[in-house]
Ligand binder design. Sequence first.
Ligand SMILES: [Zn+2]
Length: 290
Amino acid sequence: MLTSVKTQARIVTSVLALMLPLSLSMQTAAAAQTDQTAPDISLKQPLGYQLPTAYEKAKAELPQDLYVIYRIVDRIVRTNDIDTRFWRVRIVPEYSTKAYAHSAYVITLDKSLLDLMAGDVSALAFVIAHEMAHHSHGHISELIESAHEASIDVSSADNQQEAQKRLREWQERIQKLSHNLELEADRIAYQYLARAGFDPEGSVRGLNTLAELPGGGLKSKTHPTISQRIEAIEALMVENPPKQLARRGRIQLLGSKPLTYELSDNGNSLRVDSKPRKSFEEQIEGRFGQ
Ligand SMILES: [Zn+2]
């Protein structure tokens, strides 16, 4: 039995480093897509008066970046019927040009990523859809479980040499797993994007921009090369044409309403509910009165 705290720490660190940073850079989101949602009209209001639609209300209440993100998440969830409790998107002030998925349904976007996205809402939607795919398909749990398994296996080796051998094997295995999960997240993101009615080429544009960054196109421990990723998406566009996906998305949209949301107290993150829900406050008051 060989238990090296250092070795275990190295495995966990190397595996946690695989936690799915997308590192995409692209051009910013400006125009949110318009939706066909009918405005809510209250009979209590004077004739001719219309309450603001859910989207008008969101636009008035939310900071610009989070409003655009809300519209993207709303559109992707509703057209793809993604069944999760909620999504939380937070914007952090770091400038490392990254987007990543972590915790439960949390997506973090660097401010610099948004800066670089000027004018390309479909590319931004691809970044978000890619991270949503990691969550909705359990990729994070899969990597954590592999890291845990690796740690037990390596630490149970009889000698240092065997431990090193097992560690190398696990690193290779986890790298391969991570690359496959990235390609899978790209595939799902393309479908999310197309069904939501965004420009499916936004996925390719986003990846191409990443390739322009220094070293951005190279293969890493966590990600395949950009050209491999683009090649896979282009093949998918032929195999699964965006027009058909968009048609299915529009049908799906008819049976749903704009999603509810909640802005965090510090204004940096937004929770978007996948299904309508009542707040704790509404529930407690509904049950026991005010
Ligand atoms: Zn990823």
